[in-house]
Design a protein around this ligand. Structure first.
Ligand SMILES: NC(=O)c1ccc[n+]([C@@H]2O[C@H](COP(=O)([O-])OP(=O)(O)OC[C@H]3O[C@@H](n4cnc5c(N)ncnc54)[C@H](OP(=O)(O)O)[C@@H]3O)[C@@H](O)[C@H]2O)c1
Length: 332
């Protein structure tokens, strides 16, 4: 496994990181077996993963509780990243969405962050969070000045409740503003070979400033593992049926992705690896990418994904895969 620093925080975390949105379960992911989630965390750790990303919004605290259960007696071996800003206790903040039966708001007000951090510490059964990230930037009509949010996060850092500050889903301008207000260790954002927008500005900026980057949906929620065939149907309540985010899942696009993946059988053979490993290794090889978050529903997926942290692809093959992905064009 390769390990890289989380910016200038002094924290070293595995390049393949475990994402736990699916671990939260609920309608968004059509349920999950907690026992299997615990096994998945065990398998990831056994294979060298020491970095787990979560958020209160993943199963309304459930993912954080599962992580606490899995890490009993070995909390200090793991870098835990969680988040603040998705708020559902009351209507403070700006309305975000109706999800899994709850009205969800985005709030980066210091007053809600202070409540959130205590809730996360309690659910995670820990007295510190390694990386505390703002989940989404605040928005109208409840815009909190970045300066106020950062001041609150810096106070939490001074108090030892969090070790490093991260952001997620921010624009370049917001990232710069956060950095101007205090020490930002990392930026988390959507990035995959089929969603390369961050290559324009965010990735070069993070690379130049020495910020860690945590890429999410790099497996395009399973599509790039090749296991989601033309016959797989998602329920309306599942996130993967949301065509705004997942246009690649539409049948006319899915067929193209599956064909591209089939064309890489010589690569999976050469490296004796799975498609998931090939795609994770490709993502990790991109300039500016330091950590690849991978959702892992089962122990088998966790072991499979973690092994990608040992895989180095030849430059020519990285370029070939990029060319194939670009050739697919944008999803319709
Ligand atoms: N900051 C944000 O706003 C944000 C947004 C999205 C995600 N994230 C973070 O990033 C993480 C990763 O994103 P994601 O979970 O949405 O998507 P992802 O990692 O692209 O895909 C996860 C899904 O891919 C499938 N999968 C994973 N490994 C596999 C393997 N080896 N073989 C076969 N299938 C495999 C599983 O699907 P099945 O469920 O069908 O088994 C799994 O649920 C999240 O868990 C979360 O921590 C953050």
């Amino acid at each position: 496994m390769q390990y890289k620093m989380l910016g200038n925080s002094g924290i070293k975390a595995s390049v393949v990181a475990m994402g736990t949105w699916v671990t939260g379960g609920g309608l968004t992911w059509d349920g999950v077996e907690d026992k299997e989630s615990l096994r998945a965390i065990d398998a990831a750790l056994a294979a060298g993963v020491n970095f787990i990303d979560t958020a209160p919004g993943y199963g309304w605290g459930h993912a954080e509780e599962i992580i606490a259960k899995a890490l009993k007696g070995r909390r200090d071996k793991v870098v835990i990243a969680t988040k603040c800003g998705i708020w559902w206790e009351d209507n403070r903040g700006a309305f975000h969405a109706h999800l899994d039966g709850k009205d969800v708001y985005i709030s980066l007000r210091p007053e809600t962050i202070q409540i959130e951090v205590e809730n996360s510490l309690r659910r995670l059964e820990t007295d510190y969070i390694d990386l505390y990230q703002t989940h989404w930037p605040s928005k109208e009509p409840d815009l909190t000045p970045i300066e106020d949010t950062m001041a609150c996060l810096m106070k939490l850092k001074d108090a030892g409740k969090i070790r490093a500050i991260g952001v997620s889903n921010v624009s370049l301008e917001q990232l710069e503003e956060n950095g101007a207000c205090g020490p930002v260790a990392s930026d988390q954002f959507r990035y995959s070979m089929l969603y390369r927008e961050p290559e324009a500005h965010i990735l070069p900026y993070c690379r130049q400033k020495g910020l860690a980057t945590l890429t999410y949906m790099s497996l395009e929620q399973g599509l790039l593992t090749g296991k989601i065939g033309m016959d797989r149907v998602f329920k309306e309540t599942e996130f993967r049926s949301n065509a705004d985010w997942n246009a690649w899942f539409k049948m006319e696009n899915r067929v193209k992705v599956l064909k591209m993946l089939e064309g890489w059988s010589d690569l999976t053979e050469k490296y004796s690896c799975s498609l998931a490993q090939l795609v994770i290794a490709w993502t990790a090889a991109q300039p500016g990418v330091t950590h690849v978050l991978c959702g892992m529903r089962t122990a088998a997926q966790a072991a499979d994904n973690a092994a990608a942290g040992f895989l180095h692809l030849d430059e020519a093959e990285v370029a070939r895969m990029r060319a194939d992905a670009i050739a697919l064009g944008d999803p319709e």
